[in-house]
Design a binder for this molecule. Structure first.
Ligand code: ADP
Ligand code: MG
Length: 351
């Protein structure tokens, strides 16, 4: 069946490794002053300035991290860059370059790889980063993508996970839980499609959720906003595995506790209506749903006036002594201990 679908497509074997590398990289232009040499030699060359260099990598595997039955390859390319840029912004740094390594089976024609790279290129253009290299190899089954991002920041501006102090305020950007619900909607439609392929799903009520799952945006604007507001967070992390899990990372590394207020958690209206429809608790989804790629950070209480009322930022609680643990204060004013649940474990609970 796959062979039929690819009848008029260009096989990767025909093109060869070097032909493929040349084909996928030729439309990328480098523009960062720090990129001395990009693709084309044995190694890329970067200019080391007086700033510090940040390096981060993520590996995405078909069937584990994404499902091509509802993830278009262009979106996959875009998202694989976003998850890496998000890690750079979470250090309060600027992203400048990426490398992209892929392993593909011969089930994929050249046109599929072109789609993937169209997404990577859109991400590079939108976020102003240079593609400077990578590696290309074959896999026996499926597709695998590894992206490395390189960023830069002045030493005094880098924000780590371990600087939160009691009385600091806990802040999140954007809203929470939508990407996880988007995945639930897509999984449900996939099951419906299996039973009735003629069925055309009406996804109008879920557009925001699906967009958050398939086309997440990294918060490049936040390091810039914090600079404008003259706020340096005391700790910061990006929300890839769910708010609870990231709070645990910050609190463990900073040796503190926290109090988070249920009624402060920022939720999009589509999250609320879809939780009702799926009979899910929206607080649980906000705490444990993953892949939002928002930023979670702590600031000194003295900086409260600088962030107050900013539409991008929500204060959801404060840092406490380590002995107090991680507490959720419910709408009924009850204290509940937070669980360090990532979205993978959540997936197993929801039927
Ligand atoms: P080497 O044999 O030294 O590993 P390659 O032939 O694999 O070199 O790569 C040639 C050039 O193309 C290098 O600059 C490499 O970084 C770049 N490159 C290879 N694969 C990719 C890819 N998938 N995406 C972007 N650049 C790539
Ligand atoms: Mg190579």
């Amino acid at each position: 069946m796959l062979e039929d679908k690819n009848q008029n497509k260009t096989s990767l074997a025909e093109l060869g490794e070097f032909g493929l590398i040349n084909h996928i990289t030729k439309y990328f232009k480098v523009s960062k002053p720090s990129t001395i040499k990009g693709v084309g030699d044995d190694a890329a060359v970067l200019d080391a300035s007086e700033k510090q260099t940040l390096v981060t990598t993520d590996l995405l595997i078909e069937g584990v991290h994404f499902d091509l039955s509802y993830m278009p390859l262009k979106h996959l390319g875009y998202k694989s860059v976003m998850v890496n840029l998000s890690d750079v912004y979470a250090m309060n740094a600027e992203a400048e370059q990426i490398t992209v390594s892929i392993a593909v089976s011969n089930r994929f024609p050249l046109e599929a790889i072109e789609e993937l790279y169209a997404g990577i290129q859109l991400a590079c253009d939108t976020y102003k980063v240079d593609l400077i290299g990578g590696d290309t190899t074959s896999s026996t089954k499926g597709i695998l993508i590894s992206v490395t991002a390189i960023g830069k920041a002045k030493a005094e501006n880098v924000v780590y996970r371990n600087g939160a102090k009691p009385t600091d305020l806990v802040v999140v950007t954007g809203d929470l839980g939508a990407a996880y619900l988007g995945l639930q909607v897509l999984e449900r439609e996939k099951e419906v499609f299996k039973v009735n392929p003629q069925n055309q799903p009406d996804l109008d009520a879920y557009t925001y959720l699906i967009e958050r799952q398939l086309k997440p945006e990294a918060r490049k604007d936040i390091p810039a906003l914090l600079k404008d507001l003259d706020v340096k967070p005391t700790s910061m992390i990006d929300i890839s595995d769910g708010l609870s899990s990231e709070l645990f990372h910050i609190c463990t590394q900073s040796k503190v506790g926290c109090k988070i207020y249920e009624d402060k958690l920022p939720l999009d209206p589509q999250v609320i209506t879809t939780c009702e429809e799926f009979e899910l608790d929206s607080t649980m989804i906000a705490l444990s749903g993953g892949e939002d790629y928002e930023l979670l950070f702590t600031i000194s209480i003295d900086d409260f006036d600088k962030v107050k009322g900013n539409p991008n930022l929500t204060v959801i609680g404060h840092i406490t002594e380590e002995s107090q643990g991680l507490q959720l204060i419910t709408r009924a004013n009850q204290e509940i201990e937070l669980q360090a649940q990532g979205w993978n474990s959540l997936k197993n609970i929801i039927v």
